[in-house]
Design a protein around this ligand. Structure first.
Ligand code: NAP
Length: 299
C-alpha cells in the first residue's frame, strides 16, 4: 500500500496534520520513534498561552492532542526513520532502522527540535549526573538544593519559576542584561527571595566529582550548585531532510506558509521550519496548513 501521506513526528504539528489529513479522507500514518509524550510540549510546565485552555500542563495538553488523534482513527507506527528517499518517481520511501520501509505519496516532516548544548567542559561528563535539559522532568531531584539555570529565553525563565518552588536557591545565569523571554516572568522571578540573577556572565565550565558541584563563570568566579539546567534554546532536527531540501542560515527548513519546501511533495510543520514564533499554537496551525496543502497537491 502507498499511503497518501507519511507524517514524521507526533508532536502538536504532526498530530494536527494527521487530524486534518484524516478528515480529508487521506490515508495517513504518523511515524514516531518511540511514544514518550507528545514532543517537547510534554516537558513544559504550565501552558498559559494556548487559546481556550489557560493553565493546562504541557503534558496534559499533549495527551489531549493525542487522544483527539486516536479518536479520529489516526494510525501510528513506532519506528525510527533512518532515511527518506525520493528517486525519480513521485513516491517517497521512508526507511526504518530495522530495514523495513513504507511508501508514501507525500511527506509531512514534523520532527521538531532538540535542546541546544552549551558545549562546555563538564556538560557531557555530568549529563544525567546534575546536568539536565528539562526542569519539569528532573526538577524534583533538587528539592532543597542549589541549581543554576543557564539562558535568558522563555524556557530558562519558566524553568527558574518552576525550580524556585523546589530548590533552596536558583541562579539564573544569562550572558546579557536583557532577557529574550517574557518581562512578566522576569518580574515574577525578581520577587522570589531564592532567585539570584547573574547577568552579563557566561558559564565556561561545569565542575563536579561524581556529580555536579558547581559552575565556573568566564571571569573565574565559581558558584556552588548541585544541578545545572541548560536552557539555550533548541536545534532543528533536520538530519533526515537536509540533503533533500533547502535550509536557512540557522539550519531550519525553508518553507512557505503552506509548509511547502524546495522538494515537491515534502512539507514541513512545527519547530523544524523557518518562522518567527515557535510555540504550540503555531505548530498546530502549521500541521493544519501542511495537510491542507497535501490535499491540494494530491489533486
Ligand atoms: P530562545 O528563546 O532561543 O532562548 C535561548 C536563550 O539561551 C537566549 O537567552 C540565549 O541568549 C541563550 N543562549 C543560547 N546559546 C547560548 C550560549 N552558547 N551561551 C549563552 N547563552 C546562550 O529559546 P527558548 O527559551 O527555548 O524558547 C524557544 C521558543 O519557545 C521561543 O519562541 C519562546 O518564546 C518559546 N517558549 C515559550 C514559552 C511560553 O510561552 N511559556 C515557554 C518556553 C518556550 P541571548 O538572549 O543572548 O541570545
Amino acid at each position: 500500500m502507498t499511503y497518501d501521506v507519511g507524517i514524521i513526528g507526533s508532536g502538536p504539528a504532526g498530530l494536527s496534520a494527521a487530524i486534518y489529513a484524516k478528515r480529508a479522507n487521506l490515508s495517513a500514518v504518523v511515524i514516531e520513534k518511540e511514544y514518550e509524550g507528545t514532543g517537547q510540549i510534554a516537558e513544559s510546565g504550565q501552558v498559559d498561552n494556548y487559546l481556550g485552555l489557560p493553565g493546562i500542563s504541557g503534558y496534559d495538553l499533549g495527551e489531549q492532542f493525542r487522544e483527539h488523534a486516536v479518536k479520529f482513527g489516526v494510525s501510528f507506527l513506532e519506528q525510527e526513520v533512518t532515511e527518506i528517499k525520493k528517486e525519480d518517481s513521485a513516491v517517497f520511501t521512508i526507511i526504518f532502522e530495522d530495514g523495513s520501509s513504507v511508501e508514501t505519496k507525500t511527506v509531512i516532516y514534523a520532527a521538531g527540535a532538540t535542546p541546544r548544548r552549551a558545549n562546555i567542559p563538564g556538560e557531557q561528563e555530568y549529563s544525567g549526573k546534575g546536568v539536565s535539559y528539562c526542569a519539569i522532568c528532573d526538577g524534583s531531584f533538587y528539592r532543597g538544593k542549589k541549581v543554576a539555570v543557564l539562558g535568558g529565553g522563555d524556557t530558562a525563565l519558566d524553568d527558574a519559576v518552576y525550580l524556585a518552588d523546589l530548590a533552596e536557591q536558583v541562579y539564573v545565569i544569562h550572558r546579557r542584561k536583557e532577557f529574550r523571554g517574557a518581562a512578566t516572568t522576569v518580574e515574577k522571578l525578581r520577587k522570589k527571595e531564592n532567585v539570584t540573577f547573574v547577568l552579563e556572565h557566561q558559564v565556561k565550565e561545569i565542575t563536579g566529582a561524581e556529580k555536579v558541584n558547581g559552575v565556573v563563570l568566564e571571569n573565574g568566579t565559581a558558584i556552588a550548585v548541585d544541578g545545572v539546567f541548560v536552557a539555550y534554546g533548541s536545534v532543528p532536527q533536520t538530519n533526515l531532510v537536509k540533503e533533500l531540501v533547502i535550509l536557512d542560515a540557522a539550519g531550519y527548513v525553508k518553507a512557505e506558509e503552506t509548509g511547502e519546501t524546495s522538494l515537491a511533495g515534502l512539507y514541513v510543520a512545527g519547530d523544524v521550519r523557518t518562522k518567527k514564533l515557535r510555540q504550540v499554537v503555531t505548530a498546530v496551525s502549521d500541521g493544519a496548513n501542511a495537510a491542507t496543502a497535501v490535499v491540494e497537491y494530491l489533486k
